[in-house]
Write a protein that binds this ligand. Structure first.
Ligand code: PGA
Length: 256
Protein backbone atom coordinates (compact mmCIF):
# COMPACT_ATOMS: atom_id res chain seq x y z
CA UNK A 1 0.00 0.00 0.00
CA UNK A 2 1.33 3.41 -0.93
CA UNK A 3 0.75 6.12 1.70
CA UNK A 4 -1.11 9.01 0.09
CA UNK A 5 0.85 12.26 0.02
CA UNK A 6 -0.69 15.71 -0.23
CA UNK A 7 1.77 18.56 -0.68
CA UNK A 8 0.96 22.26 -0.61
CA UNK A 9 3.11 24.30 -2.96
CA UNK A 10 2.80 27.85 -1.71
CA UNK A 11 4.72 29.29 -4.67
CA UNK A 12 5.61 33.00 -4.08
CA UNK A 13 3.02 33.54 -1.37
CA UNK A 14 3.08 34.34 2.36
CA UNK A 15 5.60 36.49 4.21
CA UNK A 16 7.63 35.02 7.05
CA UNK A 17 5.13 36.03 9.80
CA UNK A 18 2.22 34.87 7.64
CA UNK A 19 3.92 31.52 7.04
CA UNK A 20 4.50 30.95 10.75
CA UNK A 21 0.95 31.90 11.75
CA UNK A 22 -0.44 29.73 8.95
CA UNK A 23 1.41 26.54 9.91
CA UNK A 24 0.61 27.02 13.60
CA UNK A 25 -3.06 26.82 12.65
CA UNK A 26 -2.62 24.21 9.92
CA UNK A 27 -0.73 21.81 12.19
CA UNK A 28 -3.72 21.60 14.53
CA UNK A 29 -6.21 21.17 11.69
CA UNK A 30 -4.19 18.40 9.99
CA UNK A 31 -3.25 16.50 13.14
CA UNK A 32 -6.08 13.91 12.95
CA UNK A 33 -5.21 12.65 9.45
CA UNK A 34 -2.21 10.48 10.16
CA UNK A 35 -2.96 8.00 7.35
CA UNK A 36 -2.01 10.72 4.86
CA UNK A 37 1.45 12.19 4.50
CA UNK A 38 1.05 15.99 4.74
CA UNK A 39 3.66 18.34 3.31
CA UNK A 40 3.98 22.12 3.03
CA UNK A 41 6.38 23.89 0.68
CA UNK A 42 6.99 27.51 1.75
CA UNK A 43 9.46 29.91 0.15
CA UNK A 44 13.12 29.61 1.11
CA UNK A 45 12.75 32.69 3.35
CA UNK A 46 10.29 30.87 5.60
CA UNK A 47 11.78 27.36 5.56
CA UNK A 48 13.72 27.54 8.82
CA UNK A 49 10.88 29.09 10.83
CA UNK A 50 8.23 26.77 9.39
CA UNK A 51 10.45 23.78 9.97
CA UNK A 52 10.88 24.79 13.61
CA UNK A 53 7.11 25.26 14.15
CA UNK A 54 6.44 21.84 12.61
CA UNK A 55 9.34 20.04 14.31
CA UNK A 56 7.17 18.08 16.73
CA UNK A 57 4.32 17.42 14.33
CA UNK A 58 3.87 14.84 11.58
CA UNK A 59 3.73 17.53 8.92
CA UNK A 60 6.74 17.50 6.63
CA UNK A 61 8.41 20.48 5.02
CA UNK A 62 9.53 20.78 1.41
CA UNK A 63 11.49 23.40 -0.45
CA UNK A 64 10.20 24.57 -3.82
CA UNK A 65 13.56 24.08 -5.53
CA UNK A 66 17.17 23.18 -4.75
CA UNK A 67 20.49 23.51 -6.58
CA UNK A 68 22.73 20.54 -7.35
CA UNK A 69 26.08 21.94 -6.17
CA UNK A 70 27.14 22.19 -2.52
CA UNK A 71 28.45 25.75 -2.90
CA UNK A 72 29.87 28.09 -5.49
CA UNK A 73 29.27 31.06 -7.74
CA UNK A 74 25.54 30.53 -8.28
CA UNK A 75 23.99 33.82 -7.22
CA UNK A 76 20.48 33.44 -5.78
CA UNK A 77 20.61 29.64 -5.58
CA UNK A 78 20.28 27.41 -2.50
CA UNK A 79 22.35 24.24 -2.05
CA UNK A 80 20.97 20.96 -0.72
CA UNK A 81 23.45 21.05 2.16
CA UNK A 82 21.89 24.35 3.31
CA UNK A 83 18.40 22.92 3.67
CA UNK A 84 19.01 19.26 4.42
CA UNK A 85 18.24 19.75 8.12
CA UNK A 86 15.13 21.84 7.42
CA UNK A 87 13.26 19.81 4.82
CA UNK A 88 12.27 16.26 4.07
CA UNK A 89 11.32 17.01 0.45
CA UNK A 90 12.26 19.31 -2.41
CA UNK A 91 9.99 20.05 -5.35
CA UNK A 92 12.06 19.76 -8.51
CA UNK A 93 11.09 20.50 -12.11
CA UNK A 94 7.93 22.46 -11.42
CA UNK A 95 6.60 23.76 -14.73
CA UNK A 96 7.00 27.36 -13.53
CA UNK A 97 10.71 26.70 -12.86
CA UNK A 98 11.03 24.95 -16.21
CA UNK A 99 9.37 27.93 -17.93
CA UNK A 100 10.79 30.93 -16.03
CA UNK A 101 14.06 29.63 -14.59
CA UNK A 102 15.22 27.56 -17.56
CA UNK A 103 15.07 24.32 -15.62
CA UNK A 104 15.89 21.69 -18.22
CA UNK A 105 15.48 17.93 -17.94
CA UNK A 106 19.22 17.70 -17.38
CA UNK A 107 19.09 20.14 -14.44
CA UNK A 108 16.07 18.32 -13.01
CA UNK A 109 18.08 15.11 -13.07
CA UNK A 110 21.14 16.71 -11.41
CA UNK A 111 18.93 18.29 -8.74
CA UNK A 112 17.11 15.04 -8.02
CA UNK A 113 20.41 13.17 -7.59
CA UNK A 114 21.87 15.93 -5.40
CA UNK A 115 18.76 16.00 -3.24
CA UNK A 116 18.87 12.23 -2.71
CA UNK A 117 22.59 12.39 -1.91
CA UNK A 118 21.71 14.80 0.94
CA UNK A 119 18.82 12.78 2.29
CA UNK A 120 16.19 15.02 0.69
CA UNK A 121 13.33 13.27 -1.12
CA UNK A 122 12.58 14.80 -4.51
CA UNK A 123 9.04 15.55 -5.67
CA UNK A 124 9.69 15.60 -9.40
CA UNK A 125 7.08 17.48 -11.41
CA UNK A 126 6.35 16.64 -15.04
CA UNK A 127 3.60 17.63 -17.41
CA UNK A 128 2.76 18.65 -20.96
CA UNK A 129 1.65 21.98 -22.42
CA UNK A 130 -1.72 22.58 -24.01
CA UNK A 131 -0.16 22.45 -27.49
CA UNK A 132 1.52 19.12 -26.76
CA UNK A 133 -1.70 17.81 -25.29
CA UNK A 134 -3.72 18.81 -28.33
CA UNK A 135 -1.08 17.37 -30.67
CA UNK A 136 -1.42 13.98 -28.96
CA UNK A 137 2.12 14.13 -27.59
CA UNK A 138 1.34 13.78 -23.88
CA UNK A 139 2.49 10.19 -23.46
CA UNK A 140 5.77 10.56 -25.32
CA UNK A 141 6.60 13.93 -23.75
CA UNK A 142 5.75 13.06 -20.15
CA UNK A 143 7.36 9.63 -20.49
CA UNK A 144 10.51 11.34 -21.78
CA UNK A 145 10.53 13.80 -18.87
CA UNK A 146 10.29 10.94 -16.38
CA UNK A 147 13.09 8.95 -18.03
CA UNK A 148 15.34 12.03 -18.17
CA UNK A 149 14.65 13.01 -14.55
CA UNK A 150 15.47 9.52 -13.27
CA UNK A 151 18.56 8.89 -15.39
CA UNK A 152 21.18 7.22 -13.18
CA UNK A 153 18.97 7.06 -10.07
CA UNK A 154 19.26 3.53 -8.67
CA UNK A 155 16.27 1.34 -7.81
CA UNK A 156 17.03 1.49 -4.08
CA UNK A 157 16.44 5.26 -4.09
CA UNK A 158 13.11 5.06 -5.89
CA UNK A 159 10.88 4.56 -2.82
CA UNK A 160 12.07 8.02 -1.74
CA UNK A 161 11.08 9.62 -5.05
CA UNK A 162 7.65 11.17 -5.58
CA UNK A 163 6.50 12.12 -9.07
CA UNK A 164 3.86 14.79 -9.65
CA UNK A 165 1.96 14.77 -12.92
CA UNK A 166 0.87 18.35 -13.52
CA UNK A 167 -0.49 19.14 -16.97
CA UNK A 168 0.64 22.74 -17.53
CA UNK A 169 -2.73 23.69 -18.97
CA UNK A 170 -4.37 22.79 -15.65
CA UNK A 171 -2.08 24.73 -13.30
CA UNK A 172 -3.69 27.79 -11.77
CA UNK A 173 -6.21 27.93 -14.61
CA UNK A 174 -9.21 26.38 -12.94
CA UNK A 175 -9.19 23.76 -15.73
CA UNK A 176 -8.40 20.37 -14.32
CA UNK A 177 -7.82 17.07 -16.04
CA UNK A 178 -10.59 14.55 -15.39
CA UNK A 179 -9.89 11.76 -12.95
CA UNK A 180 -9.83 9.40 -15.90
CA UNK A 181 -7.17 11.43 -17.73
CA UNK A 182 -5.09 11.66 -14.56
CA UNK A 183 -5.35 7.88 -14.08
CA UNK A 184 -4.46 7.21 -17.72
CA UNK A 185 -1.29 9.29 -17.65
CA UNK A 186 -0.24 8.40 -14.12
CA UNK A 187 -1.05 4.69 -14.33
CA UNK A 188 -0.76 4.14 -18.07
CA UNK A 189 2.24 6.31 -18.88
CA UNK A 190 4.27 7.19 -15.78
CA UNK A 191 3.98 3.94 -13.85
CA UNK A 192 4.61 2.01 -17.08
CA UNK A 193 7.86 3.92 -17.56
CA UNK A 194 8.79 3.08 -13.96
CA UNK A 195 8.03 -0.61 -14.59
CA UNK A 196 10.17 -0.49 -17.70
CA UNK A 197 13.07 1.17 -15.85
CA UNK A 198 12.92 -0.59 -12.47
CA UNK A 199 10.52 -3.54 -12.68
CA UNK A 200 7.07 -3.92 -11.23
CA UNK A 201 7.96 -4.33 -7.53
CA UNK A 202 9.85 -1.03 -7.39
CA UNK A 203 7.37 0.80 -9.63
CA UNK A 204 4.49 -0.14 -7.36
CA UNK A 205 6.21 1.56 -4.41
CA UNK A 206 6.65 4.95 -6.07
CA UNK A 207 4.04 7.54 -5.24
CA UNK A 208 2.66 9.59 -8.11
CA UNK A 209 0.60 12.71 -7.43
CA UNK A 210 -1.77 14.62 -9.64
CA UNK A 211 -1.53 18.42 -9.66
CA UNK A 212 -3.32 21.24 -11.42
CA UNK A 213 -6.36 23.06 -10.00
CA UNK A 214 -6.98 20.42 -7.34
CA UNK A 215 -9.79 21.70 -5.12
CA UNK A 216 -12.03 20.20 -2.44
CA UNK A 217 -14.78 19.73 -5.06
CA UNK A 218 -12.68 17.58 -7.43
CA UNK A 219 -10.40 15.87 -4.90
CA UNK A 220 -12.56 12.79 -4.50
CA UNK A 221 -12.47 12.18 -8.24
CA UNK A 222 -8.65 12.10 -8.22
CA UNK A 223 -8.28 10.13 -5.02
CA UNK A 224 -10.66 7.46 -6.35
CA UNK A 225 -8.15 6.59 -9.11
CA UNK A 226 -6.02 3.58 -8.19
CA UNK A 227 -2.70 5.00 -9.43
CA UNK A 228 -3.17 8.55 -8.12
CA UNK A 229 -1.39 8.58 -4.77
CA UNK A 230 -2.06 12.13 -3.72
CA UNK A 231 -1.91 15.70 -4.94
CA UNK A 232 0.46 18.60 -5.42
CA UNK A 233 -1.66 21.63 -4.69
CA UNK A 234 -1.06 25.32 -5.31
CA UNK A 235 -3.99 27.71 -4.78
CA UNK A 236 -6.04 25.48 -2.49
CA UNK A 237 -3.06 24.92 -0.18
CA UNK A 238 -2.99 28.58 0.88
CA UNK A 239 -6.09 28.35 3.06
CA UNK A 240 -6.26 26.17 6.16
CA UNK A 241 -9.85 25.05 5.51
CA UNK A 242 -9.34 24.11 1.86
CA UNK A 243 -6.07 22.25 2.46
CA UNK A 244 -7.55 20.41 5.44
CA UNK A 245 -10.53 19.39 3.29
CA UNK A 246 -8.16 17.95 0.69
CA UNK A 247 -6.29 15.93 3.30
CA UNK A 248 -9.54 14.73 4.90
CA UNK A 249 -10.91 13.60 1.53
CA UNK A 250 -7.66 11.75 0.75
CA UNK A 251 -7.89 10.02 4.13
CA UNK A 252 -11.54 9.06 3.55
CA UNK A 253 -11.12 7.82 -0.01
CA UNK A 254 -7.77 6.08 0.30
CA UNK A 255 -8.46 4.61 3.75
CA UNK A 256 -5.65 3.63 6.05
P1 PGA B 1 -2.73 24.94 -8.63
O1 PGA B 1 -1.13 24.72 -8.68
O2 PGA B 1 -3.27 23.93 -7.65
O3 PGA B 1 -2.90 26.36 -8.16
O4 PGA B 1 -3.24 24.72 -10.01
C1 PGA B 1 -0.59 23.43 -8.69
C2 PGA B 1 0.93 23.50 -8.78
O5 PGA B 1 1.44 24.33 -9.53
O6 PGA B 1 1.64 22.73 -8.10
Amino acid sequence: MRTPIIAGNWKMNKTLPESVAFVEELAKALAPYSTVERVVAPTFVSLAAVSSVLANTEIAVSSQNVHWEDSGAYTSEVAPVMIQDLVEYAIIGHSECRAYLNETDEKVNKKAKAALAHGIKPIIAVGESLEQNEAGETTSFVGGQVRAALDGIPAEDMPKVVIAYEPIWAIGTGKSASGEIAQNIIGGTIRSVLIDLYGDAVAQQVRIQYGGSVKPNNMEEYMSQPDVDGALVGGASLKVDAFTDLVRIAAEVKGS
